[in-house]
Ligand binder design. Structure first.
Ligand SMILES: [Zn+2]
Length: 301
C-alpha cells in the first residue's frame, strides 16, 4: 500500500473514530475494501500472476503492456504504463534483464514493491557473455517463477497469503503434468537440431535436450542483414537440419528466404509472449506449450 493512501486512510479513520467512537476493526475493514492492485510487466508474467491471484477477493491484476506487445527488449514506457504503475501495490517483473526501464520507475516511485519472478534462476549466457532473459520458456523455470510470485506477493499482501499459495500449488500441479508429458513425448526423437527465430529458446532447448544450431534474428526486432542471412543459410546447409521454427510474433520474410534457399520446412514455436485477449485465458501457457509440442513432433519425428 502507498504511504499516501495509508495517510489518507489514517486521516479518515481518525475522523470516523472522533465522530462515532469506532474501534480498531473499522480501519481493518477500510483497508480491505481499498483492495490490492498487482501490475505485471508483460504477457507471460501476467499469465503466471493471474494464476496466483485467481479468485482472490479484492485483488486486481493488471497487465501494464498490451497483450500483443511481445518481449520488452528496448521497451520505452508510455504515459499509460506510468498511470497503471502509479496504481500498483506490487509490480511483478520477469527480471533477468527484461525490464530495463525499472530503474526509471523506481526513481519516480521509490516505495513501489517489485516482485522479481526470476529470483534464484540460473541464467544462460550467450557467447558474448550476455544473459538470456527468456527464462519462462522452460517449464521448470515457469514453475520457479510462479513460486517466486506467490511467495513474494504473500510477504507484501499477507492477508491473502494462504490463497496465493493454494493457487500456486494448483497451477504448478498442472505445469508438472505438462512438463512430464513433454519429456515423455520428446525423449525418443533422434533429430534434435533446430533453428529458431529469435533468442527465446535456449532455456526450452536445455530443458528438452534440443540443439539450437542457428538463430535467424540475433537482435530481436531487427531483420538480419544480407550477410547474416547468408551465414545462416550456410549453417543450415552444412548442418543438414530439416526444420526451421518461426515465431507467430515475427514476420516470416527472412524465414522464407532461408527455406527457399535450403529446402528446410517452416514450423511454428511460440515463446508465449503474446496472447489473444486482454483478460488472458488462465491456461494459455499450457495450451501454447501443447501446440509447441505438436509442432516439434511434426517437424522432428
Ligand atoms: Zn525476446
Amino acid at each position: 500500500m502507498h504511504v499516501k493512501k495509508l495517510g489518507l486512510l489514517i486521516a479518515l479513520f481518525m475522523l470516523f473514530s472522533i465522530s462515532a467512537g469506532c474501534s480498531q476493526n473499522g480501519m481493518e475493514n477500510n483497508s480491505k475494501e481499498e483492495g490490492f492492485t498487482v501490475v505485471t510487466s508483460f504477457y507471460p508474467i501476467y499469465l503466471a500472476t493471474i494464476n496466483v491471484t485467481k479468485d482472490v477477493k479484492g485483488v486486481e491484476t493488471i497487465n501494464m503492456t498490451k497483450p500483443q506487445t511481445g518481449c520488452l527488449h528496448d521497451y520505452q514506457l508510455t504515459p499509460e504504463d506510468l498511470i497503471k504503475i502509479e496504481k500498483a501495490d506490487a509490480f511483478v517483473a520477469n527480471g533477468a534483464g527484461m525490464e530495463a526501464f525499472l530503474g526509471d520507475v523506481l526513481k519516480q516511485q521509490k516505495d513501489l514493491e517489485i516482485i522479481d519472478a526470476s529470483q534464484g534462476i540460473e541464467l544462460i549466457k550467450d557467447e558474448s557473455g550476455e544473459e538470456n532473459t527468456h527464462v519462462w520458456v522452460s517449464i521448470t523455470n515457469e514453475i520457479i517463477q510462479v513460486r517466486n510470485i506467490a511467495e513474494q506477493l504473500s510477504s507484501i499482501d499477507k492477508v491473502h497469503s494462504k490463497q496465493y499459495k493454494a493457487n500456486a500449488d494448483t497451477y504448478i500441479g498442472k505445469l508438472e503434468i505438462l512438463k512430464a508429458k513433454m519429456h515423455q513425448s520428446l525423449k525418443n526423437i533422434k533429430n534434435r537440431d533446430i533453428i529458431t527465430f529469435h533468442e527465446a529458446f535456449p532455456y526450452f532447448a536445455k530443458e528438452f535436450d534440443l540443439n539450437i544450431i542457428a538463430v535467424i534474428e540475433r537482435e530481436p526486432g531487427t531483420a538480419p542483414s544480407p550477410k547474416e542471412l547468408e551465414a545462416t543459410i550456410k549453417t543450415v546447409k552444412d548442418s543438414g537440419v530439416k526444420a526451421l521454427f518461426a515465431e507467430p510474433q515475427y514476420e516470416l520474410k527472412s524465414a522464407r528466404v532461408i527455406a527457399n534457399e535450403t529446402g528446410v520446412k517452416i514450423y511454428t514455436l511460440d515463446p508465449i509472449v503474446t496472447g489473444d485477449a486482454d483478460t488472458g485465458s488462465y491456461d494459455e501457457y499450457i495450451t501454447i506449450m501443447e501446440a509447441n509440442l505438436k509442432s516439434l513432433l511434426e517437424a522432428l519425428e
